[in-house]
Design a protein around this ligand. Structure first.
Ligand code: PXP
Length: 249
């Protein structure tokens, strides 16, 4: 069964739009923890949160509170920096997803250059393994990055579906991006990697992604949180789960 990890970063984005810069423990609405609890109750198989270096949405206190509140798989997204690795080892999520991070970007733009940073990623994978934390590497659907991921010690890759999402409106380029994802998923599976996917997925493009084999989990944020503004989070999560049900692997 294809699993859904709900990324709740944008609940914090909305909160920080009002409360950013305010010191102290008490913060206003909406609460990422309440959202995580609601998503879990609606059937989400995992909760994902990204602690960015600039703390623009999720804050350190959110990560600690989410760790306590989340009963399904907690997927902690982070850049491979000494500070974030320290926080992850202290938090002990079930899994970390290592992502590239640039200050200027609105959201995570490209995949991780695993091939170019293999020694440092290997060190982080080793530390996580020692702490009983699985590792996923967020990569573009590219054979070189898949090959490097298989040598890193990570159990999972998360295929970056952003280009697929961006090209969805054009039949020719959509198929090209879909083919890249299919090839990368097959290649990763053949090397013993487990395969997740995420970024830019939505209610419109989701079923087309069913053509990609070997997927275990999708991490989806923006469209679910946005749809929840109109229909509520439980319904937004359930509608996504319904679309994912037809996946045959
Ligand atoms: N996966 C990763 C690694 C991401 O960085 C993001 C964006 O935070 C997502 C999935 C979710 O993307 P979206 O918000 O477009 O659904």
């Amino acid at each position: 069964m294809l699993k859904l990890g709900v990324n709740i970063d944008h609940v914090a984005t909305l909160r920080e739009a009002r409360y950013r810069g305010q010191q102290g423990q008490s913060r206003g609405e909406p609460s990422p923890v309440d959202a995580a609890i609601a998503a879990e109750a609606a059937g989400a198989h995992g909760i994902t949160a990204h602690l960015r270096e600039d703390r623009r949405h999720i804050l350190d206190a959110d990560i600690a509170a989410l760790r306590k509140a989340v009963n399904v798989r907690f997927n902690f997204e982070l850049a491979n920096t000494a500070e974030m690795v320290r926080i992850a080892l202290r938090t002990k999520p079930e899994i970390v997803c290592l992502v590239p991070e640039k200050r200027e970007e609105v959201t995570t733009e490209g995949g991780l250059d695993v091939a170019g940073q293999l020694p440092t990623l290997k060190r982080t994978c080793k530390k996580m393994a020692k702490a009983g934390i699985e590792v996923s590497l967020f990569i573009n659907p590219d054979a070189k990055q898949v090959d490097a991921s298989a040598r890193s010690g990570a159990q999972f890759i998360e295929l970056h579906t952003g280009q697929f999402g961006e090209h969805f409106g054009n039949a020719r380029t959509r198929q090209r991006e879909l083919n890249r994802l299919i090839a990368a998923a097959e290649h990763a599976h053949s090397l013993g990697l487990r395969v997740n996917a995420g970024h830019g997925l939505n209610y419109e493009n989701l079923t087309t992604l069913h053509a990609v084999p070997h997927l275990e989990e999708l991490n989806i944020g923006h469209c679910i949180i946005s749809h929840a503004v109109s229909v509520g989070l439980p319904r937004a999560v359930k509608e996504m789960l319904r679309l994912m049900k037809g996946y045959r692997g």
